[in-house]
Ligand binder design. Structure first.
Ligand SMILES: Cc1cc2nc3c(=O)[nH]c(=O)nc-3n(C[C@H](O)[C@H](O)[C@H](O)COP(=O)(O)O)c2cc1C
Length: 338
C-alpha cells in the first residue's frame, strides 16, 4: 500500500485530503465524521472581520450610548449576562473543542480585508491550539483609486501584521485575479506566508429578471474549475518554496491526482463534501490509494510535482504555446453545421 502521507505548512499529514473552510467544521459531529473518513487535517470555517467589528460596535453602543442624555440614568451601567459569549469567544471555544476531540491538525481561518484590530484575534487562535492559520482576504477591488500594487499591498500588510503576532504557520487563500500571480506569490512568501491556497472561489451575484434585483447566489463547484488552479500550482511549484494547496473544483480522486502531479501538497475538499456528506472523503481516499498501488507508486511524495512546470520553457503546455493549437483543434459538435 502506497504511503499517502504529505507535508503541509511543516505539519505531517497522513494524506493530502483536507476539508477546506466550510460549515462542516461548525459541528463536532461532522468534524468527527470527516476525521473518521480519513481527513488529513481540517480547516475551520472563518472568523470574519465584519462580524467581529459588528459585535464590537454593538457592545460599544450597549455600554456607552444607553445612558446619554437621560438624567439620573447616566449613572446606570448595564451589565452583560454571565452566560453571554461573544462571536469570537464562541469561535475560540469551538476551536478548543475541536482540538481536544480530534487527532488531526486543525487550521483556524481568519477572513477579512483590512489590516485593522480584528487581526489581533490571531494570537487568541494560536493560544487556543490552532496548528496553523489560514488567512482569506476575500477582496473585490472595485475602487478606481486603488491600483494593482495597492491591492497587493493590502494583502501583504495584513499578512505582515499577522506574522508579527503569531509563530504558527500561516497560509494565504488567494484570489486568482492578480496581474502577476508568480510575482505576488513570491511577495507573500517573503512577507512570511508558509503556504498558499489557490484559489478563492468568488461567488457571483445574479440578477432576478422578475424583481430586477441583484440576488446572492451560491452554486457548488464542478471538477472543471480545478484545471485553472492546477495550471497555477504547476507554474508555482518550482518557483516558490512554501506549501501549496488547491481549493476549488476538487471532487474525486482524478482531480486530487492531477493536483498532486502538478505539485500540490494538499487538496482541499468542500463542494463535494457538502453535496455528498463527509463519508465521500473515504471513497476518494480509497480511489487515490488504489490508483497509486495499480501504478506501483510507493508514495504520494514520489508523485508530487512530477508534472509541474519545472524548468519552464515557452513550450510548456501550461504557458501560451499551446494556445493556438488548442483553439485550432476545436471541432463543431456532431450534427451542428457552421
Ligand atoms: C457553504 C460554504 C461555506 C464556506 N465558508 C467558507 C469560510 O468560512 N471561509 C473560507 O475561507 N471559505 C469558505 N468557503 C469556501 C471553501 O472553503 C472553498 O474554498 C470553495 O468552496 C472552493 O472549493 P470547492 O470547489 O471544493 O467547493 C465556503 C464554501 C461554501 C460552499
Amino acid at each position: 500500500m502506497a504511503d499517502l502521507s504529505t507535508e503541509y505548512l511543516g505539519l505531517k499529514l497522513k494524506n493530502p485530503l483536507v476539508p477546506s473552510s466550510s460549515p462542516l467544521s461548525k459541528h463536532l459531529d461532522s468534524a468527527r465524521r470527516l476525521e473518521d473518513a480519513g481527513a488529513g487535517a481540517l480547516v475551520m470555517h472563518s472568523l470574519f472581520e465584519e462580524k467581529i467589528e459588528e459585535e464590537d460596535a454593538n457592545l460599544d453602543r450597549f455600554f456607552h450610548q444607553q445612558s446619554l442624555g437621560h438624567g439620573e440614568a447616566d449613572s446606570f451601567h448595564p451589565t452583560i449576562p454571565d452566560n453571554y459569549r461573544s462571536y469570537e469567544e464562541i469561535y475560540l471555544e469551538h476551536l478548543a473543542l475541536l482540538k481536544s476531540s480530534l487527532e488531526i491538525p486543525v487550521i483556524a481561518s481568519l477572513n477579512g480585508t483590512t489590516p485593522g484590530g480584528w487581526v489581533n484575534y490571531a494570537t487568541a487562535l494560536e493560544e487556543a491550539g490552532a496548528d496553523a492559520l489560514e488567512l482569506n482576504v476575500y477582496y473585490i477591488p472595485a475602487s478606481c483609486h486603488e491600483d494593482g500594487r495597492q491591492v497587493e499591498d493590502r494583502y501583504v500588510e495584513i499578512l505582515e501584521s499577522l506574522r508579527q503576532k503569531i509563530s504558527i504557520p500561516i497560509t494565504m487563500k488567494l484570489s486568482s485575479q492578480f496581474s502577476s500571480v508568480v510575482n505576488v506569490a513570491q511577495r507573500f512568501e517573503q512577507a512570511g506566508a508558509n503556504g498558499l491556497v489557490l484559489f478563492n472561489r468568488f461567488y457571483q451575484p445574479d440578477i432576478d429578471l422578475e424583481t430586477l434585483e441583484v440576488v446572492p447566489k451560491l452554486e457548488l463547484s464542478t471538477s472543471e474549475e480545478s484545471l485553472m488552479r492546477i495550471r497555477w500550482i504547476a507554474i508555482l511549484h518550482s518557483r516558490i518554496d512554501c506549501s501549496l494547496a488547491i481549493t476549488g473544483g476538487v471532487h474525486n480522486a482524478t482531480d486530487v491526482l492531477k493536483a498532486l502531479l502538478a505539485g500540490a501538497d494538499v487538496t482541499h475538499l468542500c463542494s463535494v463534501l457538502l453535496r455528498h456528506g463527509p463519508g465521500q472523503l473515504a471513497m476518494i481516499l480509497r480511489a487515490l490509494g488504489e490508483w497509486l498501488d495499480e501504478r506501483e507508486y510507493e508514495s504520494v511524495r514520489q508523485l508530487k510535482g512530477s508534472i509541474s512546470q519545472n524548468n519552464a520553457t515557452d513550450s510548456s503546455p501550461f504557458l501560451r504555446s499551446n494556445y493556438v493549437r488548442v483553439l485550432e483543434s476545436f471541432q463543431p459538435p456532431p450534427g451542428v453545421q457552421w
